[in-house]
Structure formats: C-alpha cells, structure tokens
Design a protein around this ligand. Sequence first.
Ligand code: S3P
Length: 173
Amino acid sequence: MKNIVLIGFMGSGKTTVGRELALFMGYDFYDSDHVLEDTVKASIPEIFKEQGEQYFRSKEEEVIARLSEKNNCVIATGGGAVLNPVNTEHLQHNGLIIYLNADWKHVYDNVKDQSHRPLLQTENPKSTLMTLLDSRQKTYEDASDVMIDVTGKSIMDIVKEIRCRLSDMDLQC
Ligand code: S3P
C-alpha cells in the first residue's frame, strides 16, 4: 500500500492527525521533522540558529527521500517540505498526498503560544504567518491529491473525514 502523506502549513494539525490516522489504519507513523531532529541530534530551532535554514532544507530533503522508500506509513511533513519540488516528487511517487487546508486564524490559534517554529519568531508573527500562508497556498494545492478543509474542526473529525475520503477512493478506511 502507498503511504499517506500529510502536507500543509505549520499548525494545521499534520502531526496530531497523522498519529491518530496511523493508529486507525494500522500504519507506522513518521513525522519528517522528528526524524530529522533524531538524525541531526538537535532541535529544529537549534538547527536553524546554528546551521541555518539551507542546511535544514538539505537534511529535510534527505529525510523525505528516505521516508518515501517506505510503505504502509502515514508521514506528516514539515510545512515547507513541498516547496522543494524534489520532495514533492519523492512523496508523490509512493504516496497519496493529503493537504490539510486551514485558514490563518485557525493556524494562528494553534501556533501563537509556541516558540519552536523559527520562521514565526518575528516581530509580527501574525503578519508573517499570513504572508507565508498566502504565498504557499497554491503550492500545497498543486502538490496534493486530496484537500481537507480543517478550519474549526476537531482532530477526530478530520481523521474521520480523511478515512471517508480514502474509503470513497477504495483505499483503506
Ligand atoms: C517549517 C515548518 C515546520 C518545520 C520548520 C519549517 C516551514 O514544521 O519543518 O520549522 O517552513 O513551514 P511544522 O509544519 O510541523 O510546524
């Protein structure tokens, strides 16, 4: 079976949804950021601070390539993963890509009290978030096979909706 790959902006629920979905499906679960942190043995804020974003992106490409070799997995990706066409190609090759589409308010509510996302550590995180989200929207849409609107929905409702969509496609539910 192909992998199920979750893409979307920071704070859209990819990790939490992915973990629950994997449980229901009896699949292994991987979060590309967590795999990267384990590989580099540093946290994402440390990697950005000490080696820079470019280094992070090169490690992210290695991790995505490795995870794309697997089968029967749910993979939650970092919010910037599909900005790199090489990652998108790897993920599409062996996976069904599901875009968790959230509006800026939903995302902002989820991330505003967290400090582990270097790209949002700016003077005005709300405005940074809105600009980034807007600039990435089309890339997420283009990379995905299925789009789920997650705004205002609970994790379990999102999981249920994904399972129904998979069942409609004659994939496991
Ligand atoms: C990033 C999203 C983060 C993490 C890194 C960069 C991005 O992952 O990969 O901070 O470019 O959107 P989450 O989407 O899990 O927060």
